[in-house]
Design a protein around this ligand. Sequence first.
Ligand code: ATP
Length: 296
Amino acid sequence: MLSIKQLSKTYANGVKAINDVTLDIPNGMFGLLGPNGAGKSSLMRTIATLQDPDSGSIHFDGLDVLAQPEALRRQLGYLPQDFGVYPKVTAEVLLNHFAVLKGLTGRGERKEAVEALLHQTNLWEARKRGLGTYSGGMRQRFGIAQALLGSPRLVIVDEPTAGLDPDERNRFLNLLAKIGEQVVVILSTHIVADVTDLCPRMALIVKGEVQLQGEPQATIDTLRSKVWRRSVSPEALTEYQQRMKVLHTRLVGGKPQINVYADSQPEEGFIQVEPDLEDVYFLHVRNAAASAAAVV
Ligand SMILES: Nc1ncnc2c1ncn2[C@@H]1O[C@H](COP(=O)(O)OP(=O)(O)OP(=O)(O)O)[C@@H](O)[C@H]1O
């Protein structure tokens, strides 16, 4: 269990990236959802002990992470958002190199670990190719392979599916789901479907603050019978957005379709629909933006 209490961080430029965050993260896949700039990477980097918070505490299975960062690092696998690779080096050589850095110094043990991870991430056939020839999905799977070296008990992956095509995304998420059976995996993402598909527990963070946390289905249930949908003309869209709580807009056959939050049917033509996690996400992002505007 990872336990974060009242964590805050303000950067030198005055941006409050983490604002009094308290989260309990049990074993399994945990989705940390939030729009760009919400503070997800700041939180991930702080948990990974790459930067210090201004205040608050982090404990992992009783270990005081901020007091003993080295001890946490020995149990950590981290795939950062901007994971760079050397394009000319092969996957096998680079993974072997990372393994040495992770402390796998015995030749036999290292070879075994590297080979097992290349198989697990489905890169065995491509192991002798330069990483520069890899697709985005293959690079991300390589990123997970290096994160899993040394059998970490805490795995952090920061926005890993952005830019992947549907096949590669599925393959990557399946891989994460398998890992999540044994350890704590924190998946930071702005893609709602990643969390819906994969995570039994989640938190939503906006402007550095936790807006909600719990089981995705329980958060969806709070919106039952409050989401209404209709198609509108492109010209009328702005007017609907001003008059109603429009959660999101989708183009269906080139025509905008809006989901609106309301206690009862907003007007003729709206039909009630089953809410989903996107509705929850947009309602909270919208409310957070509204309350920030009210403060200013
Ligand atoms: N080193 C830094 N110095 C100053 N401001 C920073 C720094 N890193 C991030 N920020 C700011 O802190 C806020 C949160 O950024 P962060 O990268 O943590 O968010 P995020 O949710 O990961 O978003 P994204 O998906 O865009 O990376 C943003 O306003 C960002 O501009």
